[in-house]
Design a protein around this ligand. Structure first.
Ligand code: ADP
Length: 518
Protein backbone atom coordinates (compact mmCIF):
# COMPACT_ATOMS: atom_id res chain seq x y z
CA UNK A 1 0.00 0.00 0.00
CA UNK A 2 1.43 3.37 -1.03
CA UNK A 3 1.86 5.95 1.71
CA UNK A 4 2.93 9.55 1.35
CA UNK A 5 5.15 11.55 3.63
CA UNK A 6 3.79 14.69 5.22
CA UNK A 7 5.94 17.61 3.82
CA UNK A 8 6.21 19.29 7.24
CA UNK A 9 7.37 15.99 8.72
CA UNK A 10 9.88 15.72 5.87
CA UNK A 11 11.34 19.13 6.68
CA UNK A 12 11.44 18.29 10.34
CA UNK A 13 13.37 15.06 9.70
CA UNK A 14 15.82 16.83 7.43
CA UNK A 15 16.41 19.55 10.01
CA UNK A 16 17.07 16.89 12.64
CA UNK A 17 19.49 15.12 10.33
CA UNK A 18 21.29 18.37 9.56
CA UNK A 19 21.58 18.96 13.28
CA UNK A 20 22.93 15.44 13.84
CA UNK A 21 25.51 15.83 11.11
CA UNK A 22 27.06 18.84 12.77
CA UNK A 23 28.39 16.50 15.42
CA UNK A 24 31.78 15.11 14.94
CA UNK A 25 31.51 11.52 16.06
CA UNK A 26 30.80 9.93 12.66
CA UNK A 27 30.64 6.45 14.12
CA UNK A 28 27.47 7.31 15.99
CA UNK A 29 26.13 10.03 13.73
CA UNK A 30 25.85 7.96 10.58
CA UNK A 31 24.07 5.19 12.44
CA UNK A 32 21.62 7.67 13.93
CA UNK A 33 20.99 9.39 10.59
CA UNK A 34 20.19 6.04 9.01
CA UNK A 35 17.91 5.11 11.87
CA UNK A 36 16.13 8.45 11.60
CA UNK A 37 15.64 8.17 7.85
CA UNK A 38 14.53 4.56 8.19
CA UNK A 39 12.07 5.61 10.87
CA UNK A 40 10.74 8.53 8.83
CA UNK A 41 9.98 6.39 5.79
CA UNK A 42 8.74 3.51 7.90
CA UNK A 43 11.39 1.00 6.80
CA UNK A 44 11.66 -2.15 8.90
CA UNK A 45 15.23 -2.92 7.91
CA UNK A 46 18.16 -0.81 6.86
CA UNK A 47 21.29 -2.08 5.30
CA UNK A 48 24.44 -0.03 4.67
CA UNK A 49 26.79 -1.80 2.28
CA UNK A 50 30.24 -0.29 2.41
CA UNK A 51 32.37 -0.28 -0.68
CA UNK A 52 35.47 -2.35 -0.03
CA UNK A 53 37.66 0.06 -2.04
CA UNK A 54 37.22 2.55 0.75
CA UNK A 55 37.76 0.10 3.55
CA UNK A 56 40.48 2.28 5.06
CA UNK A 57 38.28 5.36 4.98
CA UNK A 58 35.43 3.48 6.59
CA UNK A 59 37.67 2.06 9.23
CA UNK A 60 38.90 5.55 9.95
CA UNK A 61 35.45 7.00 9.92
CA UNK A 62 33.86 4.37 12.12
CA UNK A 63 36.98 3.32 13.96
CA UNK A 64 35.17 0.03 14.52
CA UNK A 65 33.89 -2.30 11.87
CA UNK A 66 30.31 -2.24 13.03
CA UNK A 67 27.69 0.46 13.27
CA UNK A 68 25.99 0.46 16.63
CA UNK A 69 22.35 0.50 15.44
CA UNK A 70 20.13 -2.51 15.43
CA UNK A 71 18.29 -1.50 12.29
CA UNK A 72 21.51 -1.58 10.31
CA UNK A 73 22.86 -4.98 9.66
CA UNK A 74 25.91 -6.11 7.86
CA UNK A 75 28.04 -3.04 8.06
CA UNK A 76 30.80 -4.27 5.91
CA UNK A 77 29.91 -5.78 2.60
CA UNK A 78 32.56 -5.58 -0.09
CA UNK A 79 32.31 -6.33 -3.80
CA UNK A 80 29.06 -4.49 -4.44
CA UNK A 81 28.36 -5.96 -7.83
CA UNK A 82 25.18 -7.99 -7.65
CA UNK A 83 21.54 -7.40 -6.79
CA UNK A 84 20.02 -4.07 -5.96
CA UNK A 85 23.17 -2.55 -4.46
CA UNK A 86 25.16 -3.65 -7.52
CA UNK A 87 22.62 -1.88 -9.74
CA UNK A 88 22.99 1.32 -7.70
CA UNK A 89 26.76 1.11 -7.90
CA UNK A 90 26.67 0.72 -11.66
CA UNK A 91 24.05 3.41 -12.24
CA UNK A 92 25.36 5.72 -9.52
CA UNK A 93 21.81 6.72 -8.58
CA UNK A 94 19.06 5.64 -6.21
CA UNK A 95 16.02 3.57 -7.04
CA UNK A 96 12.71 2.28 -5.63
CA UNK A 97 11.69 -1.35 -5.81
CA UNK A 98 7.92 -1.33 -5.58
CA UNK A 99 7.51 -5.07 -5.51
CA UNK A 100 10.42 -7.39 -4.86
CA UNK A 101 8.57 -10.39 -6.22
CA UNK A 102 8.57 -8.81 -9.67
CA UNK A 103 12.07 -7.23 -9.64
CA UNK A 104 15.10 -9.11 -10.95
CA UNK A 105 17.41 -7.04 -8.68
CA UNK A 106 15.90 -8.61 -5.56
CA UNK A 107 18.97 -10.58 -4.39
CA UNK A 108 19.25 -8.39 -1.34
CA UNK A 109 15.85 -9.44 -0.03
CA UNK A 110 15.81 -12.43 2.30
CA UNK A 111 12.97 -14.98 2.50
CA UNK A 112 10.93 -12.87 4.84
CA UNK A 113 11.07 -9.78 2.58
CA UNK A 114 10.70 -11.54 -0.74
CA UNK A 115 7.37 -9.89 -1.47
CA UNK A 116 8.27 -6.49 -0.01
CA UNK A 117 9.59 -3.18 -1.33
CA UNK A 118 12.81 -1.17 -1.02
CA UNK A 119 14.66 2.08 -1.55
CA UNK A 120 18.36 1.89 -2.43
CA UNK A 121 20.46 5.03 -2.39
CA UNK A 122 24.18 5.62 -3.04
CA UNK A 123 26.36 7.64 -0.71
CA UNK A 124 28.62 9.53 -3.09
CA UNK A 125 31.41 11.45 -1.54
CA UNK A 126 33.52 13.70 -3.70
CA UNK A 127 32.76 11.66 -6.85
CA UNK A 128 33.52 8.35 -5.08
CA UNK A 129 30.65 5.98 -4.49
CA UNK A 130 31.44 4.82 -0.99
CA UNK A 131 28.34 2.96 0.20
CA UNK A 132 24.79 1.97 -0.64
CA UNK A 133 21.94 2.37 1.80
CA UNK A 134 19.05 -0.04 1.29
CA UNK A 135 15.82 0.46 3.22
CA UNK A 136 13.36 -2.42 3.19
CA UNK A 137 9.76 -3.11 4.06
CA UNK A 138 8.00 -6.51 3.98
CA UNK A 139 4.95 -5.13 2.11
CA UNK A 140 4.97 -4.35 -1.60
CA UNK A 141 4.51 -0.69 -2.61
CA UNK A 142 5.30 0.55 0.89
CA UNK A 143 7.65 3.25 -0.39
CA UNK A 144 6.59 6.34 -2.34
CA UNK A 145 8.41 9.05 -4.32
CA UNK A 146 8.33 11.38 -1.31
CA UNK A 147 10.17 8.72 0.73
CA UNK A 148 12.68 8.38 -2.04
CA UNK A 149 13.28 12.15 -2.08
CA UNK A 150 13.77 12.30 1.66
CA UNK A 151 16.29 9.46 1.60
CA UNK A 152 18.06 11.12 -1.30
CA UNK A 153 18.43 14.48 0.49
CA UNK A 154 19.48 12.78 3.71
CA UNK A 155 22.16 10.77 1.92
CA UNK A 156 23.43 13.89 0.16
CA UNK A 157 23.76 15.58 3.51
CA UNK A 158 25.42 12.52 4.99
CA UNK A 159 27.91 12.44 2.14
CA UNK A 160 29.04 15.97 3.01
CA UNK A 161 29.57 14.89 6.59
CA UNK A 162 31.45 11.75 5.50
CA UNK A 163 33.60 13.90 3.24
CA UNK A 164 34.45 16.18 6.15
CA UNK A 165 35.13 13.19 8.37
CA UNK A 166 37.46 11.74 5.74
CA UNK A 167 39.34 15.03 5.53
CA UNK A 168 39.48 15.32 9.28
CA UNK A 169 40.81 11.78 9.57
CA UNK A 170 43.31 12.43 6.86
CA UNK A 171 44.63 15.49 8.66
CA UNK A 172 44.57 13.72 11.99
CA UNK A 173 46.45 10.68 10.75
CA UNK A 174 48.97 12.96 8.99
CA UNK A 175 49.46 14.77 12.28
CA UNK A 176 49.88 11.48 14.15
CA UNK A 177 52.44 10.28 11.61
CA UNK A 178 54.32 13.55 11.86
CA UNK A 179 54.32 13.39 15.66
CA UNK A 180 55.46 9.76 15.57
CA UNK A 181 58.40 10.72 13.34
CA UNK A 182 59.16 13.79 15.41
CA UNK A 183 59.33 11.80 18.64
CA UNK A 184 61.20 8.87 17.10
CA UNK A 185 64.02 11.21 16.06
CA UNK A 186 66.74 10.99 18.61
CA UNK A 187 68.00 14.51 18.00
CA UNK A 188 66.38 17.49 19.71
CA UNK A 189 63.94 19.25 17.36
CA UNK A 190 61.85 22.34 17.95
CA UNK A 191 59.31 24.18 15.85
CA UNK A 192 59.11 27.88 16.66
CA UNK A 193 56.98 30.71 15.41
CA UNK A 194 58.56 33.91 14.09
CA UNK A 195 58.74 35.43 17.55
CA UNK A 196 60.39 32.43 19.19
CA UNK A 197 57.38 30.80 20.80
CA UNK A 198 57.66 27.02 20.82
CA UNK A 199 54.88 25.41 18.79
CA UNK A 200 56.17 21.87 19.03
CA UNK A 201 59.14 19.95 20.33
CA UNK A 202 60.10 16.32 20.45
CA UNK A 203 61.01 14.10 23.39
CA UNK A 204 64.71 14.48 22.71
CA UNK A 205 64.32 18.26 23.00
CA UNK A 206 62.50 18.01 26.33
CA UNK A 207 65.25 15.71 27.57
CA UNK A 208 67.88 18.11 26.30
CA UNK A 209 66.18 21.03 28.00
CA UNK A 210 65.79 18.90 31.11
CA UNK A 211 62.09 19.67 31.29
CA UNK A 212 61.00 16.08 30.66
CA UNK A 213 59.12 15.96 33.98
CA UNK A 214 57.14 19.14 33.44
CA UNK A 215 54.33 19.14 30.86
CA UNK A 216 55.23 21.14 27.78
CA UNK A 217 52.89 24.05 27.15
CA UNK A 218 52.78 25.03 23.46
CA UNK A 219 53.22 28.75 23.02
CA UNK A 220 55.82 29.20 25.74
CA UNK A 221 58.69 31.41 24.63
CA UNK A 222 62.09 29.81 24.13
CA UNK A 223 63.69 32.52 26.25
CA UNK A 224 61.49 31.56 29.22
CA UNK A 225 62.65 27.98 29.03
CA UNK A 226 66.40 28.32 28.79
CA UNK A 227 68.61 30.92 30.22
CA UNK A 228 72.12 29.68 30.09
CA UNK A 229 72.73 27.98 26.82
CA UNK A 230 74.87 29.19 23.95
CA UNK A 231 72.82 27.39 21.26
CA UNK A 232 69.66 29.10 22.33
CA UNK A 233 71.32 32.47 22.60
CA UNK A 234 72.19 32.23 18.92
CA UNK A 235 68.68 31.03 18.05
CA UNK A 236 67.20 34.04 19.81
CA UNK A 237 69.62 36.37 18.02
CA UNK A 238 68.55 34.95 14.65
CA UNK A 239 64.90 35.37 15.57
CA UNK A 240 65.53 38.98 16.60
CA UNK A 241 67.43 39.77 13.43
CA UNK A 242 64.53 38.37 11.36
CA UNK A 243 67.08 37.36 8.75
CA UNK A 244 64.88 34.60 7.35
CA UNK A 245 67.74 32.45 6.11
CA UNK A 246 68.91 28.97 7.02
CA UNK A 247 71.82 28.88 9.48
CA UNK A 248 74.05 26.08 10.64
CA UNK A 249 76.59 26.20 13.45
CA UNK A 250 78.44 24.12 15.99
CA UNK A 251 78.31 24.64 19.71
CA UNK A 252 79.32 22.95 22.91
CA UNK A 253 76.70 22.02 25.47
CA UNK A 254 77.86 21.65 29.03
CA UNK A 255 75.89 19.04 30.91
CA UNK A 256 76.63 17.78 34.41
CA UNK A 257 78.30 14.68 33.07
CA UNK A 258 80.31 15.82 30.10
CA UNK A 259 80.58 18.28 27.26
CA UNK A 260 78.68 17.47 24.13
CA UNK A 261 79.13 18.96 20.68
CA UNK A 262 76.04 19.80 18.67
CA UNK A 263 75.51 20.93 15.14
CA UNK A 264 72.45 23.14 15.00
CA UNK A 265 70.47 23.61 11.80
CA UNK A 266 67.91 26.38 11.94
CA UNK A 267 65.72 26.69 8.89
CA UNK A 268 62.71 28.79 8.06
CA UNK A 269 59.30 27.19 7.57
CA UNK A 270 56.40 28.83 5.88
CA UNK A 271 52.74 28.08 5.81
CA UNK A 272 51.41 29.70 2.64
CA UNK A 273 47.80 28.89 3.58
CA UNK A 274 47.74 30.63 6.92
CA UNK A 275 50.50 33.11 6.24
CA UNK A 276 52.13 31.81 9.39
CA UNK A 277 55.81 31.00 9.51
CA UNK A 278 58.66 30.42 11.87
CA UNK A 279 61.69 28.25 12.36
CA UNK A 280 62.54 24.58 12.64
CA UNK A 281 65.55 23.94 14.84
CA UNK A 282 67.32 20.61 14.62
CA UNK A 283 70.23 19.69 16.85
CA UNK A 284 72.52 16.91 15.82
CA UNK A 285 74.85 15.43 18.42
CA UNK A 286 78.23 15.30 16.67
CA UNK A 287 80.35 14.62 19.77
CA UNK A 288 81.50 11.21 18.55
CA UNK A 289 82.14 12.45 15.02
CA UNK A 290 84.26 15.32 16.27
CA UNK A 291 86.14 13.03 18.65
CA UNK A 292 86.89 10.69 15.76
CA UNK A 293 87.95 13.62 13.62
CA UNK A 294 90.29 14.88 16.33
CA UNK A 295 91.64 11.38 16.78
CA UNK A 296 92.25 11.06 13.03
CA UNK A 297 94.03 14.42 12.94
CA UNK A 298 96.18 13.53 15.93
CA UNK A 299 97.12 10.23 14.32
CA UNK A 300 97.86 11.97 11.05
CA UNK A 301 100.00 14.57 12.72
CA UNK A 302 101.89 12.05 14.84
CA UNK A 303 102.45 9.60 12.00
CA UNK A 304 103.57 12.31 9.60
CA UNK A 305 105.97 13.88 12.11
CA UNK A 306 107.37 10.57 13.26
CA UNK A 307 107.86 9.30 9.73
CA UNK A 308 109.64 12.41 8.55
CA UNK A 309 112.57 11.97 10.98
CA UNK A 310 113.63 8.47 9.77
CA UNK A 311 113.11 9.66 6.20
CA UNK A 312 115.44 12.59 6.80
CA UNK A 313 117.96 10.10 8.18
CA UNK A 314 117.69 7.85 5.12
CA UNK A 315 118.05 10.84 2.87
CA UNK A 316 121.12 12.08 4.83
CA UNK A 317 122.86 8.71 4.71
CA UNK A 318 122.06 8.44 1.00
CA UNK A 319 123.88 11.72 0.42
CA UNK A 320 126.86 10.54 2.53
CA UNK A 321 127.04 7.24 0.63
CA UNK A 322 126.79 9.11 -2.64
CA UNK A 323 129.69 11.36 -1.72
CA UNK A 324 131.87 8.45 -0.56
CA UNK A 325 131.04 6.18 -3.47
CA UNK A 326 133.96 5.73 -5.89
CA UNK A 327 133.23 6.61 -9.51
CA UNK A 328 133.58 3.02 -10.72
CA UNK A 329 130.22 2.03 -9.21
CA UNK A 330 127.71 3.74 -11.52
CA UNK A 331 125.01 1.12 -10.91
CA UNK A 332 125.16 1.70 -7.16
CA UNK A 333 124.97 5.44 -7.77
CA UNK A 334 121.81 4.80 -9.78
CA UNK A 335 120.35 2.88 -6.82
CA UNK A 336 121.19 5.74 -4.48
CA UNK A 337 119.45 8.16 -6.84
CA UNK A 338 116.37 5.97 -6.77
CA UNK A 339 116.43 5.92 -2.95
CA UNK A 340 116.78 9.69 -2.88
CA UNK A 341 113.87 10.25 -5.29
CA UNK A 342 111.66 7.87 -3.36
CA UNK A 343 112.44 9.44 0.00
CA UNK A 344 111.79 12.88 -1.48
CA UNK A 345 108.44 11.69 -2.80
CA UNK A 346 107.51 10.19 0.58
CA UNK A 347 108.53 13.41 2.28
CA UNK A 348 106.35 15.36 -0.16
CA UNK A 349 103.41 13.12 0.68
CA UNK A 350 103.94 13.62 4.40
CA UNK A 351 104.19 17.39 3.96
CA UNK A 352 100.86 17.34 2.11
CA UNK A 353 99.25 15.25 4.85
CA UNK A 354 100.51 17.68 7.47
CA UNK A 355 99.07 20.58 5.44
CA UNK A 356 95.68 18.87 5.35
CA UNK A 357 95.78 18.35 9.06
CA UNK A 358 96.97 21.90 9.74
CA UNK A 359 94.41 23.63 7.56
CA UNK A 360 91.47 21.45 8.49
CA UNK A 361 92.08 21.54 12.21
CA UNK A 362 92.84 25.23 12.55
CA UNK A 363 89.64 27.25 12.62
CA UNK A 364 91.08 30.13 10.61
CA UNK A 365 92.29 32.44 13.15
CA UNK A 366 94.16 35.02 11.19
CA UNK A 367 92.12 37.70 9.59
CA UNK A 368 94.58 40.42 8.97
CA UNK A 369 95.20 42.97 6.23
CA UNK A 370 97.53 41.48 3.66
CA UNK A 371 99.20 43.82 1.13
CA UNK A 372 98.14 42.43 -2.24
CA UNK A 373 101.04 43.46 -4.48
CA UNK A 374 103.64 41.97 -2.12
CA UNK A 375 101.58 38.82 -1.80
CA UNK A 376 101.36 38.35 -5.58
CA UNK A 377 105.08 39.03 -6.00
CA UNK A 378 105.91 36.33 -3.44
CA UNK A 379 103.67 33.85 -5.23
CA UNK A 380 105.41 34.52 -8.55
CA UNK A 381 108.87 34.41 -6.94
CA UNK A 382 108.13 31.08 -5.31
CA UNK A 383 106.89 29.44 -8.51
CA UNK A 384 109.07 31.06 -11.14
CA UNK A 385 111.91 28.54 -10.83
CA UNK A 386 109.66 25.54 -11.52
CA UNK A 387 108.28 27.24 -14.66
CA UNK A 388 111.78 28.12 -15.76
CA UNK A 389 112.87 24.48 -15.40
CA UNK A 390 110.16 23.49 -17.87
CA UNK A 391 110.93 26.41 -20.18
CA UNK A 392 107.43 27.75 -19.61
CA UNK A 393 106.43 31.35 -19.96
CA UNK A 394 104.93 32.62 -16.70
CA UNK A 395 103.07 35.86 -17.49
CA UNK A 396 101.23 38.13 -15.11
CA UNK A 397 98.29 40.42 -15.67
CA UNK A 398 97.60 42.40 -12.51
CA UNK A 399 95.36 45.45 -12.65
CA UNK A 400 92.90 47.44 -10.49
CA UNK A 401 94.40 45.77 -7.46
CA UNK A 402 93.17 46.65 -3.98
CA UNK A 403 95.87 47.70 -1.53
CA UNK A 404 94.95 44.99 0.91
CA UNK A 405 92.76 41.99 1.39
CA UNK A 406 91.74 40.75 4.82
CA UNK A 407 92.89 37.18 5.03
CA UNK A 408 95.16 34.61 6.55
CA UNK A 409 98.40 35.49 4.71
CA UNK A 410 99.97 32.04 4.77
CA UNK A 411 96.87 30.15 3.77
CA UNK A 412 96.01 32.54 0.94
CA UNK A 413 99.57 32.49 -0.38
CA UNK A 414 99.59 28.69 -0.34
CA UNK A 415 96.25 28.58 -2.15
CA UNK A 416 97.56 30.90 -4.88
CA UNK A 417 100.80 28.96 -5.21
CA UNK A 418 98.82 25.76 -5.51
CA UNK A 419 96.98 27.02 -8.59
CA UNK A 420 100.20 28.27 -10.17
CA UNK A 421 102.27 25.18 -9.42
CA UNK A 422 99.47 22.92 -10.70
CA UNK A 423 99.42 24.93 -13.93
CA UNK A 424 103.18 24.41 -14.22
CA UNK A 425 102.88 20.71 -13.37
CA UNK A 426 100.06 19.93 -15.77
CA UNK A 427 101.40 22.00 -18.70
CA UNK A 428 104.04 20.43 -20.94
CA UNK A 429 107.47 21.96 -21.44
CA UNK A 430 107.44 25.24 -23.34
CA UNK A 431 103.85 25.97 -22.31
CA UNK A 432 102.32 29.31 -21.39
CA UNK A 433 100.81 30.28 -18.06
CA UNK A 434 99.09 33.55 -17.22
CA UNK A 435 98.40 34.65 -13.64
CA UNK A 436 95.70 37.30 -13.44
CA UNK A 437 94.58 39.32 -10.44
CA UNK A 438 92.20 42.26 -10.17
CA UNK A 439 89.41 43.74 -8.11
CA UNK A 440 85.93 44.12 -9.54
CA UNK A 441 82.82 45.34 -7.74
CA UNK A 442 83.32 44.12 -4.19
CA UNK A 443 85.56 41.14 -4.88
CA UNK A 444 89.18 40.31 -5.44
CA UNK A 445 89.80 37.83 -8.29
CA UNK A 446 92.79 35.51 -8.72
CA UNK A 447 92.91 33.43 -11.90
CA UNK A 448 95.53 31.11 -13.38
CA UNK A 449 95.30 30.06 -17.03
CA UNK A 450 97.44 27.49 -18.77
CA UNK A 451 97.58 25.86 -22.17
CA UNK A 452 98.35 22.46 -20.64
CA UNK A 453 96.80 19.02 -20.84
CA UNK A 454 93.36 20.14 -19.65
CA UNK A 455 90.82 18.08 -17.70
CA UNK A 456 87.97 15.91 -18.99
CA UNK A 457 84.42 16.84 -17.94
CA UNK A 458 84.04 13.50 -16.12
CA UNK A 459 86.64 14.62 -13.55
CA UNK A 460 85.22 18.07 -12.92
CA UNK A 461 82.71 17.25 -10.17
CA UNK A 462 85.33 15.61 -7.93
CA UNK A 463 88.33 17.78 -8.69
CA UNK A 464 88.13 19.71 -5.43
CA UNK A 465 87.64 16.64 -3.20
CA UNK A 466 90.51 15.42 -1.01
CA UNK A 467 92.91 12.91 -2.55
CA UNK A 468 91.20 12.98 -5.95
CA UNK A 469 93.54 12.86 -8.92
CA UNK A 470 92.24 13.00 -12.48
CA UNK A 471 93.87 10.06 -14.18
CA UNK A 472 94.20 10.85 -17.86
CA UNK A 473 96.70 10.71 -20.68
CA UNK A 474 99.72 12.80 -19.84
CA UNK A 475 99.42 12.62 -16.03
CA UNK A 476 100.94 9.14 -15.52
CA UNK A 477 104.35 10.45 -14.47
CA UNK A 478 103.21 13.58 -12.69
CA UNK A 479 103.47 13.15 -8.97
CA UNK A 480 100.96 14.46 -6.50
CA UNK A 481 98.62 13.53 -3.65
CA UNK A 482 95.35 15.07 -4.81
CA UNK A 483 94.99 17.24 -1.70
CA UNK A 484 96.04 20.63 -3.12
CA UNK A 485 92.77 21.71 -4.72
CA UNK A 486 90.65 20.49 -1.81
CA UNK A 487 92.75 22.62 0.54
CA UNK A 488 92.42 25.64 -1.74
CA UNK A 489 88.64 25.20 -1.69
CA UNK A 490 88.58 24.84 2.12
CA UNK A 491 90.70 27.96 2.59
CA UNK A 492 88.78 30.08 0.09
CA UNK A 493 85.40 29.08 1.47
CA UNK A 494 86.58 29.88 4.98
CA UNK A 495 87.29 33.35 3.64
CA UNK A 496 83.69 33.48 2.31
CA UNK A 497 84.97 33.22 -1.26
CA UNK A 498 84.44 30.75 -4.07
CA UNK A 499 86.63 28.65 -6.36
CA UNK A 500 85.95 27.60 -9.93
CA UNK A 501 87.55 25.74 -12.80
CA UNK A 502 87.04 25.69 -16.55
CA UNK A 503 88.99 23.32 -18.70
CA UNK A 504 89.19 21.53 -22.03
CA UNK A 505 91.30 18.48 -22.70
CA UNK A 506 94.28 19.34 -24.92
CA UNK A 507 93.50 23.08 -24.80
CA UNK A 508 94.17 24.13 -21.22
CA UNK A 509 92.63 25.07 -17.90
CA UNK A 510 91.56 28.11 -15.97
CA UNK A 511 91.46 27.88 -12.17
CA UNK A 512 90.24 30.85 -10.20
CA UNK A 513 88.82 32.12 -6.96
CA UNK A 514 87.31 35.32 -5.68
CA UNK A 515 87.32 36.74 -2.18
CA UNK A 516 84.93 39.38 -0.87
CA UNK A 517 86.52 42.76 -0.25
CA UNK A 518 85.22 43.97 3.06
P1 ADP B 1 97.75 16.90 -7.16
O1 ADP B 1 98.26 17.90 -8.13
O2 ADP B 1 98.63 16.66 -6.00
O3 ADP B 1 97.33 15.62 -7.82
P2 ADP B 1 95.51 18.69 -6.72
O4 ADP B 1 94.43 18.59 -5.70
O5 ADP B 1 96.31 19.93 -6.74
O6 ADP B 1 96.41 17.42 -6.50
O7 ADP B 1 94.84 18.49 -8.13
C1 ADP B 1 93.89 17.45 -8.31
C2 ADP B 1 93.91 16.99 -9.74
O8 ADP B 1 93.42 18.02 -10.58
C3 ADP B 1 95.27 16.68 -10.27
O9 ADP B 1 95.61 15.35 -9.98
C4 ADP B 1 95.10 16.92 -11.76
O10 ADP B 1 94.63 15.75 -12.37
C5 ADP B 1 94.05 17.98 -11.84
N1 ADP B 1 94.61 19.33 -12.10
C6 ADP B 1 94.84 20.30 -11.20
N2 ADP B 1 95.30 21.41 -11.80
C7 ADP B 1 95.36 21.14 -13.12
C8 ADP B 1 95.76 21.89 -14.28
N3 ADP B 1 96.18 23.14 -14.20
N4 ADP B 1 95.68 21.25 -15.48
C9 ADP B 1 95.23 20.01 -15.57
N5 ADP B 1 94.87 19.25 -14.52
C10 ADP B 1 94.92 19.80 -13.31
Amino acid sequence: MLRHLDPSRELEVLAEIAQLLTQFDMQRVLGRVIRKVAGAVGATHAHLALHSNYEMDWRNIFQTDRLDVDTVYSASVGGLNTGLAGWVVRERRGTIVYNAARDERREVFGEELSKGSAIAMPLICNQDLMAVLTLLHPEARHFAESHFRLVQIAMNQASVAVHNARLENHVRSGKHQFEAVLHAVDNPMLVLDTRGKILMMNDAATRYLQIADAPFVPGIHLADLVRDDSAFERILQIIDSASGTTSRWLFKAHSELRERDFEVLMSVWENPLQGQSGFVVMMHDVTTLLELDRFKNDMLRMASHDLRSPLALISGYTDVLDMDLPDEYPTLRGYLDAIRRTTQRMDGLLIDLLRVERIQSSPLELHQPVPVTALLETVIDNTQAAAFQKQQLLDTDFHSLPDEIVADPVMIREAMENFVSNAIKYTPEGGHIVVRAYARDTAFYFIVEDNGIGIGPEHMPRLFTSFYRAKQAGTEHIQGTGVGLSLVKTVIERHQGKVWVESEVGVGSQFGFWLPLS
